[in-house]
Write a protein that binds this ligand. Structure first.
Ligand SMILES: NC(=O)c1ccc[n+]([C@@H]2O[C@H](COP(=O)([O-])OP(=O)(O)OC[C@H]3O[C@@H](n4cnc5c(N)ncnc54)[C@H](O)[C@@H]3O)[C@@H](O)[C@H]2O)c1
Length: 270
């Protein structure tokens, strides 16, 4: 069901890779709510070709940008200004990658070249996007920027590896930049801390199946799925949440504040 929450709004969505991607669902919901969007992803992700399907469905141009490159981001924003004839009202940062995780290198053995790369892609990219947007005056007054994160930023989940550190840094950037962009242009910046979700990035984490089942049992409402995450993001892009900024917002069915559940206790007694 659509409510026209984003009627007349324009946005950029980073990170839709395939139908499972959280960004894919956010793109669909944003358009359903009346927004016009641009889709962006790394050149290598575009070569996989799946994004064209979404672009057609959303009538959205696709503009490649590796988020570790200032030039790519500048080019994206230049083209976005041309396309929309002005600034944007919202940006979704739905980007994450750890080379250490991909290569199965444990946290205590992390390779620092890989750590740097993962940090650059997963966290510093938010700063880079915001810094470039501010310089080019890309985000309209009362615009909304969201980045996706995970609770491993606050509590230890061993196999989340260096992504935990990346997410802690990402959340801190959202707070710090949220201050400056808020004062300058009333732009709000938040992170959404999502339940484990079956996507390409999610499934890369070791023991993901066991873990997602555990989270399901540990959440009074169960795990939040990608469609529900998209619903939440759309409300945060809308004018109904104008005074929310610099927050890490848990979208996790209650997992973050649950000590234990009867379902988990019963499992332990077996
Ligand atoms: N899946 C989960 O369990 C889960 C839970 C909480 C938070 N998140 C976060 O949600 C976000 C989206 O992940 P997802 O689960 O939808 O997986 P996904 O694999 O579909 O999305 C990750 C995206 O990052 C993009 N990316 C990687 N390197 C890039 C680069 N250099 N430049 C531009 N883009 C690049 C990928 O192409 C991909 O589109 C990530 O920040 C992830 O950490 C995921």
């Amino acid at each position: 069901m659509a409510y026209n929450l984003l009627k007349g709004k324009k946005g950029i969505i980073f990170g839709a890779l395939n139908e499972q991607s959280i960004a894919w669902k956010v793109a669909q919901r944003a358009v359903e709510e009346g927004a016009e969007i641009i889709l962006s992803n790394a050149p290598i992700a575009l070569r996989m070709g799946e994004l064209n399907k979404l672009a057609e469905e959303c009538k959205a141009p696709v503009i490649a940008a590796d988020v570790t490159s200032n030039d790519d981001i500048t080019n994206l924003f230049t083209k976005s200004k041309e396309h929309f004839g002005g600034g944007v009202d919202f940006i979704l940062h739905s980007i994450g990658m750890s080379v250490n995780v991909r290569k199965g290198i444990t946290y205590t053995e992390n390779n620092y070249d890989f750590t740097h790369k993962g940090l650059d892609i997963s966290a510093l990219s938010l700063h880079r996007i915001l810094q470039t947007a501010m310089k080019m005056d890309v985000i309209n007054e009362w615009g909304s920027v969201l980045a996706l994160t995970y609770i491993a930023a606050q509590r230890v989940f061993p196999d989340y590896n260096d992504m935990a550190d990346n997410k802690a840094y990402l959340e801190s950037i959202a707070r710090s930049f949220g201050y400056y962009y808020g004062v300058k242009k009333h732009v709000r910046i938040n992170t959404v801390s999502q339940s484990p979700t079956r996507t390409t990035a999610g499934s890369g984490v070791k023991g993901f199946d066991g873990f997602i089942n555990y989270a399901e049992k540990m959440s009074p409402l169960g795990n939040a799925n990608a469609d529900q995450c998209a619903d939440y993001c759309v409300t945060l892009f809308s004018d109904l949440t104008k005074m929310v900024t610099m927050q890490n917002l848990f979208h996790d069915g209650g997992f973050s504040f649950t000590g234990v559940t009867n379902a988990v206790i019963e499992q332990m007694e077996k």
